[in-house]
Design a protein around this ligand. Structure first.
Ligand SMILES: [Fe+2]
Ligand SMILES: [Fe+2]
Length: 190
């Protein structure tokens, strides 16, 4: 059992860990091809984690912020704009190969923006929500988010409007289709 802040923080930690790994200087030894294969896997993992996380925030977190926080509408709008932009970049990243200049440039931009987005949520939004949310509702929201993550889409879907309700209606199907595509992509790469 964990409340909404604990659940989201765990996700943020995981995303930050993956981004730190991607920024590490390559260690000597491993051959270039192997290194690029690893990098591709790390990016794939980042896309999966980030897609699931933002999808469940859209479905459950932002509606709660809008509902409970006095300036919630504005806070949510700003954050969702950042999330949408990130989805377009991630969607493009799927088609590029690591090592290619364009890929590395897009990834670098994504990482900067993602850190900014995470800081915005943790520093601007969470403190406001903490002031007004009851412990019961925080737990309930955490549980819902954890459950929804199991079926959430693992790809960014930038063309789907970031509205709550869509995930409830289409999420399990989109999530399942994404997982099949992830598997196929993983197999063809070996
Ligand atoms: Fe977010
Ligand atoms: Fe987040």
């Amino acid at each position: 059992m964990a409340n909404v802040f604990e659940v989201l923080e765990r996700d943020h930690q995981e995303v930050k860990r993956l981004m730190d790994e991607l920024e590490e200087r390559p260690r000597g030894g491993a051959d270039e091809q192997e290194r690029m294969r690893q990098r591709k896997n790390q990016v794939r993992q980042l896309i999966i984690e980030e897609s699931k996380h933002e999808a469940v925030e859209e479905e459950y977190f932002w509606p709660a912020v809008r509902d409970l926080v006095p300036q919630g509408k504005e806070l949510a709008e700003h954050a969702i704009k950042q999330e949408q932009q990130a989805k377009y970049v991630l969607n493009d990243l799927i088609d590029y190969e690591p090592g290619v200049a364009r890929f590395e440039e897009m990834l670098g931009d994504f990482i900067n923006d993602a850190r900014e987005h995470i800081a915005y949520e943790e520093e601007q939004v969470w403190p406001e929500l903490r002031l007004v949310i009851s412990p019961e509702r925080a737990m309930e929201l955490g549980t819902k988010i954890q459950k929804a993550k199991r079926l959430a889409p693992t790809r960014p879907h930038p063309h789907t409007p970031p509205r709550p309700g869509l995930l409830k209606a289409a999420g399990p199907f989109v999530g399942a289709a994404d997982r099949i595509r992830d598997l196929v992509a993983a197999r063809t790469r070996h």
